[in-house]
Design a protein around this ligand. Structure first.
Ligand SMILES: Cc1cc2nc3c(=O)[nH]c(=O)nc-3n(C[C@H](O)[C@H](O)[C@H](O)COP(=O)(O)O)c2cc1C
Length: 197
């Protein structure tokens, strides 16, 4: 008799809890744009003159993430005009410049931030050397960030999405070169991370 009562009581309890479980599931499904601080994150970037590095370091510090700077086999010249000329040649010939320190194993990361300066209204080709036809990126969530000098990042983002067409992307953080190292940008960056986390 006692057992029968217990069985009925448990069944009733389960029935009562069902709507709560369903509700919880919906909430944890949450917005598509969210990450969690528990995910393993890599901040990968290319920077010639240090502006993108500043953002990359702030992101990596904030998230306690690993950080990796893409180094070209042949460094770009410090002089802007020469760098521009080389970038244009690479762009026109659709070249994929060699990476000196290519990172082949991304298996421990769930999320990869990818940082770049906008070059010729697009991505520096070396970002394509890293991302195109690279199965290490399979299944990773990509979070792009960039620095530019006024042209914005629309075309660069299209190129990155094309190179990583099977990946899930979160929203871009983009900033003007003149503001890349400001306190305001640091605050904006931290707020953006709060939003996507
Ligand atoms: C070769 C080259 C091409 C560039 N093209 C653009 C461009 O099309 N649009 C733009 O807004 N800025 C352009 N810039 C400016 C860079 O995006 C800007 O200087 C950025 O801050 C560089 O980042 P870094 O210091 O991390 O290398 C170009 C810079 C270089 C060197």
């Amino acid at each position: 008799m006692k057992n029968k009562f217990l069985t009925i009581f448990t069944a009733l309890l389960c029935l009562l809890c069902l709507p709560l479980c369903a509700c919880k599931k919906e909430i944890s499904g949450g917005p598509q744009n969210n990450l969690s601080r528990e995910t393993t994150t890599l901040v990968l970037y290319f920077s010639r003159t240090g502006k993108v590095s500043a953002l990359a370091e702030e992101i990596a510090d904030n998230l306690d993430a690993d950080i990796y700077r893409i180094e070209p086999q042949i460094a770009y010249p410090e002089d802007d005009e020469s760098a521009n000329e080389i970038a244009r040649d690479e762009f026109n010939s659709d070249e994929r410049p060699t990476i000196k320190n290519k990172l082949s194993d991304l298996s421990k990361y769930d999320v990869v931030f990818i940082g770049f300066p906008v070059w010729l209204d697009n991505l520096p080709n070396i970002i394509l050397s890293m991302t195109e036809n690279n199965s290490s990126f399979e299944g990773k969530t990509i979070v792009p960030f960039c620095v530019h000098n006024g042209s914005g990042a629309d075309r660069a983002l299209v190129s990155l999405r094309t190179a990583l067409s099977d990946n899930r992307f979160l929203s871009l953080f983009s900033v003007l070169e003149s503001e890349a190292e400001s306190e305001q940008t640091k605050t904006d960056l931290d707020n953006w991370l709060e939003q996507i986390l």
